[in-house]
Design a protein around this ligand. Structure first.
Ligand SMILES: [Zn+2]
Length: 274
C-alpha cells in the first residue's frame, strides 16, 4: 500500500506539465523502453547519456503551438499512460529592427534562391540520424554576452513581423565560433537570409545552427568535435550589425536553444549549465 501511494505522488508530479510555447520538455524515465506520441508521431525514449538504467525523451513545443491543454500518450511495453500538457504563452519581449530593405522585400530574382535554401534546410531538419554523436554536455559557441534572446517578437523596418528563432551573441569583431558539441557538418555555405551558415547534426533529430559567419572553416561531411572552431563570426545575411545567431532544431521544430541545452546539460548533473 505504501508503494502505491508513493507511485501516485510520483505520477501526479510527472504527468501534468505546464510549458511555454517555443520551449522543450525533457522527460527522464527509469527505463529505455517505450516512448511518447506527440500528434501521433512516436518519440521513443533514448538512452540517458549519464545513467545506463534510465532513458529520456525531448518533446519540443513549437513557437506557434496552440495555447491549450492537450494530452500526450506515454507508452511502455506494459502500459499506456497520459501526460497532461498545458501550453501557455512564454513571456517574450518585442523588438524593432532596421535592416537592408532587400532583406525585408527580396528582389524577384532572389526568390528562387530563397525557396531552394528553405527547402534544403527543411529536408535536413526533418531527417533524423538514428545515431547519437555527443556524449558530453553542450557548450556555448562563443564566450560572449547574449544581445537578443529566442522568441522576441520582431518588426523589421516597420513592415515585416517575425519572431527570433535563436539567440544572438555579441561579436563586434570576427571571433572564432565553436561547435557546441560533437557532430557532423550537414550544411556549410552562404545563404540569403542567414549569410555564412553552418549546421551541425548531433544525431537523434537534434541540430545546432550558426549564422552570419564571415569565414567558414568546415565543409559538409566534416566530423567536428565539441569546442572545434567552425568559422569566424561576421555580419552576413539579414543583420543589424555583426553578431552570432545560434539556433537549434529538434525533431523539425525550432525551440529556445538556451532552454533545451540547459536541460540536456542537467542530465550530467544539476551544476552543469549551458
Ligand atoms: Zn538572431
Amino acid at each position: 500500500m505504501k508503494f502505491f501511494i508513493i507511485l501516485i505522488i510520483y505520477l501526479s508530479q510527472i504527468y501534468a506539465v505546464q510549458v511555454g510555447n517555443g520551449k522543450s520538455i525533457v522527460l527522464v524515465t527509469n527505463s529505455c523502453q517505450g516512448g511518447i506520441y506527440d500528434h501521433n508521431r512516436p518519440l521513443p525514449f533514448l538512452p540517458h547519456p549519464n545513467n545506463d538504467s534510465h532513458g529520456f525523451v525531448i518533446l519540443p513545443i513549437d513557437y506557434h503551438a496552440t495555447l491549450e491543454k492537450r494530452e500526450i500518450q506515454w507508452y511502455t511495453p506494459d502500459t499506456n499512460l497520459t501526460l497532461d500538457l498545458d501550453i501557455v504563452q512564454a513571456p517574450y519581449p518585442t523588438e524593432t529592427l532596421s535592416v537592408d530593405s532587400t532583406k525585408v522585400t527580396p528582389p524577384p530574382q532572389t526568390l528562387e534562391r530563397i525557396a531552394a535554401e528553405k527547402a534544403e534546410a527543411e529536408l535536413i531538419y526533418n531527417t533524423t540520424t538514428p545515431k547519437r554523436y555527443w556524449s558530453n554536455p553542450f557548450i556555448r559557441p562563443i564566450d560572449s554576452n547574449t544581445t537578443s534572446e529566442y522568441g522576441s517578437q520582431r518588426t523589421y523596418n516597420g513592415i515585416l513581423k517575425s519572431y527570433h528563432g535563436g539567440v544572438d551573441f555579441r561579436a563586434r569583431t570576427p571571433l572564432p565560433i565553436l561547435s557546441s558539441n560533437d557532430g557532423v557538418v550537414v550544411l556549410a555555405k552562404d545563404r540569403y537570409y542567414s549569410g555564412g551558415t553552418v549546421i551541425i547534426d548531433h544525431g537523434e533529430g537534434l541540430y545546432t545552427c550558426y549564422f552570419h559567419f564571415s569565414r567558414l572553416d568546415v565543409n559538409v561531411g566534416d566530423i567536428v568535435s565539441r569546442g572545434q572552431t567552425i568559422g569566424l563570426s561576421g555580419a552576413t545575411g539579414r543583420i543589424t550589425g555583426p553578431h552570432l545567431h545560434f539556433a537549434i532544431m529538434i525533431h523539425g521544430i525550432q525551440t529556445d536553444p538556451v532552454d533545451l541545452l540547459t536541460q540536456l546539460n542537467k542530465l550530467f548533473g544539476e551544476q552543469v549549465v549551458f
